[in-house]
Design a protein around this ligand. Structure first.
Ligand SMILES: Nc1ncnc2c1ncn2[C@@H]1O[C@H](COP(=O)(O)OP(=O)(O)O)[C@@H](O)[C@H]1O
Ligand SMILES: O=P(O)(O)O[C@H]1O[C@H](CO)[C@@H](O[C@H]2O[C@H](CO)[C@@H](O)[C@H](O)[C@H]2O)[C@H](O)[C@H]1O
Length: 463
């Protein structure tokens, strides 16, 4: 479609939460679109190729809905006006909206899934295990993160992967594999959508997935931070004495995590880690640190400490069986229902290449991710009061208590204590904190101090 649209997208995309190239200079942008629905409102889907000044590129998926007049109700979803023609060939403006925020434009996704359609280069694959709701509009999930999700009538949730990379997305791959296990800690996959790559030599990319919606659940981040607020409100009580103590939940979360890890190891490949893997893991951490330093110069003061922590991995004698893991495990990825925890989003870290995210890894990667998250939950309220030493002390107490409970739950369910004195675990925590520094610098600069402060502790060998 038009260059005018590409220019409109150049203005709009950097302001979207899902856009991973924030702060990078755009050299070029091109887009290719096709129709998802030709009835009103017309919905089109665009593959947008962004090339950055350093020569690197990314492809994003942008669904748009089109109106012939500005829609006031949709003003927050407005993308831009694009010159076009009416039916008689006269010039007019077409108004593009973010189709994920335009309820009337959300029904075609499920209609095509039910019909197992092929639409242009897109292929819709229903899983065939449970009915897919049809004809209901989808509501955008307001806490959208790296991707964009729509909830259809409390029955199903449709997640659109914004960045397109050739190959099956791990969230779909793992969803398919775990479906057979009937593990109670996952939400069943109902279907997925793929798009052919413009280069036929490449595998199709995953566009979206549909999953059973977990009703009446609260996410772990919201619950954990409510517990922290309760603690801060009770000036002289300890974490185990306040009403909002979270340790029992953390322990159950540890057990749920162990159960998911066990099933992943049962249905997908595993391999004992050899010496080369430890060496390569330490090397990967070192290069991630080097790249992060260019974005977050404050990492400089932790360089020596981090390099020592990583070097200990290469020399460690940890006994590790590599397997598929979650890869970006944190409190925002788990939901608590009346019956227990459900783990979501097996996509891995969105910033990593897909092939890397699909590699076998140590389950300690996920343990480290969740331990970091307890730290985040405890400390996020210190951002406003960095000098409140009493609060900092209590944050540390909350984090230690809940990190410990998580490890207890994991170890009781698996027979493996994940949190013993392991150089690998410490390095994985440090590596995650380095990733978080880059993530925060790009997305929430005032939160950068959270992972930065953790690095001081991690490199000093404290918990
Ligand atoms: N199956 C589900 N049931 C209920 N809520 C869900 C489900 N999947 C995701 N969510 C909600 O949507 C939010 C974002 O989903 P997630 O898969 O983590 O997306 P992202 O990849 O963008 O981080 C989650 O934090 C959760 O609140
Ligand atoms: O979008 P995703 O959920 O896949 O993950 C990205 O965004 C997360 C923030 O929403 C980020 O997580 C970091 O912040 C969380 C609190 O908001 C905290 O619980 C996590 O421990 C911390 O890593 C995640 O790293 C990023 O990949």
């Amino acid at each position: 479609m038009s260059t005018a649209l590409a220019e409109v997208l150049r203005e709009w995309m950097p302001h979207q939460r899902w856009f991973g190239g924030k702060g990078r200079e755009w050299a070029e942008v091109s887009e290719e679109g096709f129709f998802l629905s030709r009835s009103e409102p017309v919905v089109s889907v665009h593959r947008v190729r962004v090339t950055y000044a350093d020569g690197a590129g990314e492809t994003y998926l942008v669904p748009l809905s089109w109106r012939t007049h500005p829609e006031e109700d949709l003003s927050s979803a407005f993308v831009g006006a694009v010159p076009g023609k009416d039916a008689e060939g006269a010039d007019r403006e077409n108004y593009a909206y973010d189709a994920m925020r335009d309820r009337d434009a959300t029904t075609p996704w499920l209609t095509h899934l039910v019909a197992a359609s092929t639409v242009g280069p897109m292929h819709f694959h229903p899983a065939g295990v449970a009915p897919i709701p049809e004809g209901v509009p989808g509501d955008i999930v307001s806490t959208e993160q790296s991707n964009t999700s729509l909830v259809y009538g409390q029955d199903a949730i449709f997640k659109l992967f914004r960045r397109l990379d050739p190959g099956l997305n791990p969230d779909v791959e793992i969803g398919e594999a775990l479906r057979r296990t009937e593990n109670p800690h996952i939400a069943p996959l109902l279907g997925h959508v793929e798009i052919d790559d413009p280069d036929p030599a490449n595998e199709p990319a995953t566009v979206a997935m549909l999953q059973t919606f977990v009703r009446g659940a609260s996410d772990g981040w919201r619950l954990a931070t409510a517990s922290v607020r309760d603690l801060y409100a009770e000036g002289d009580l300890h974490a185990d004495e306040v009403g909002g103590d979270f340790a029992a939940d953390s322990e159950r979360l540890g057990a749920a995590t162990a159960s998911v890890h066990a099933d992943l190891a049962r249905v997908l490949p595993t391999e004992p880690a050899d010496r080369e893997w430890f060496t390569a893991t330490a090397e990967a951490m070192r290069s991630r640190l080097d790249a992060a330093l260019a974005v977050v110069p404050q990492l400089e003061e932790h360089l020596a400490g981090l390099r020592a922590v990583y070097a200990a991995v290469a020399d460690s004698g940890d006994d590790v069986v590599r397997q598929r893991v979650h890869g970006d495990y944190h409190l925002g990825q788990v939901l608590r229902t009346a019956t227990g925890w459900v783990v979501l989003d097996f996509e891995g870290e969105p910033a990593r290449p897909l092939a890397e995210r699909r590699q076998l890894d140590s389950p300690l990667r996920d343990v480290a991710g969740m331990l970091r998250s307890f730290d985040y939950a405890a400390r996020h309220m210190l951002v406003e009061q960095p000098d409140d030493s009493q609060r900092a002390y209590r944050a540390q107490e909350w984090a230690v208590r809940n990190r410990g409970a998580f490890c207890t739950g994991y170890s009781a369910a698996s027979g493996i204590d994940p949190c013993g004195d392991s150089p690998l675990l410490r390095a994985l925590e440090a590596d995650k904190a380095v990733y978080e520094c880059v993530y925060e610098a790009r997305n929430r600069p005032n939160w950068l101090m959270i992972p930065l402060q953790s690095l001081s502790r991690l490199t000093a060998g404290e918990s």
